[in-house]
Design a protein around this ligand. Sequence first.
Ligand SMILES: *Cc1c(COP(=O)(O)O)cnc(C)c1O
Length: 420
Amino acid sequence: MSTLQRTDPEMAAIIADERTRQVETLELIASENYASAAVLEATGSVFTNKYAEGYPGKRYYAGNQHSDRVESLAIERAQRLFGAEHVNVQPTSGAEANMAAYFATIQPGDTVMGLSLDQGGHLTHGSPVNFSGRLYRFIPYTVDRESETLDMAAIRALARESRPKLIVAGYTAYPRRIDFAAFADIARQNGALLMADMSHIAGLVAGGQHASPVPVSDLVTTTTHKTLRGPRGGMILCKAELAEAVDKAVFPGTQGGPHLHSIAGKAVAFGEALEPAFVDYARQIVENAAALAEALMEGGLRLVSGGTDNHLILADCNSVGISGLKAQNALQGAGVITNKNTIPYDTRSPFVGSGLRLGTPALTSRGMGPAEMRRVASWIVRVLKDPDGEGVRESVREEVAAFARSFPVPGITDVAIAMS
Ligand SMILES: *Cc1c(COP(=O)(O)O)cnc(C)c1O
């Protein structure tokens, strides 16, 4: 019996249920992944107990000799992993990293360009309900209506016309490669800074499967828990000229004490990503997404932009006559976990959406390959073609649970407990 089972059986039972859910379902949410047992151990460590406002060697509290080692190790590994001049590992999430990046580079009221949110931009790229949209004047750029991909000539023209101080490149639901070098050129030509938000693709960049934004961007923000497979958290990488502004913007600008337990987990995850095996992992993510995309298209689903270059797929559920919400809910009933999404030029509201976003990072972490992706696609197609069919959903759920149980979830070592 674990300590938690003894002291708080109510919470222990909830966590056990979540372990079972993670083991028995197929996780296709493109932003999710499974942290390793080592990452979970570091994240759950005694560094939870420590206050360390400031930075290594310059703390406001005593007793930080080991905190400094944790944070310095995380920084050093991130620098090696991404070849960054300066790294700040303290942002507690992607949103916090973006807030600090804006604070470091622009003033309230300044003009910023970011991808329109209903086309794959993030909440923190100018949503009116987010601080970003309230503090800054965001000018949205869009994807081309026909190709559903970024039109760099149109983005260049918009930059010339709107003279932004900052251009944001990097998205939550864009299935194609991003030409960061072209963005850098546009920024330079128009006197803007380039901020790449590589939250979704950081693991692909680390594993050499997507061109890195780091050499060409003034600053790069990221989450650490998506393809990078670390603990929940954020990070900022930047050029040396911006180092001081970025550090000040994180602390004391937008945050208090750093989450050292998360930073310990980040350091472990960066260490894992520095291993040669991570290149294979990143390559497999992309191969799996291509296999899943092909099988879904064969099954009759239209994919936004006609396919994928990265870890994610955006399916247009209009091609099977249903909304994204209906698709998400029907699949959830069958043990296949996804999220609804708008598609470019969507005619449905964001709460319903026409799209379904699917990603392969989590399933790839369970050791699945293209053959498994084809099976997953066949279940998805079966459910989406009969979204109201309870019988279909039930039988798919049983098949999915049995299949899923045969692929261990990293970090859930005690499957017996998870299955009880
Ligand atoms: C996920 C994501 C974020 C935000 O990360 P949180 O940790 O959820 O705050 C920011 N930008 C992009 C592009 C993302 O995909």
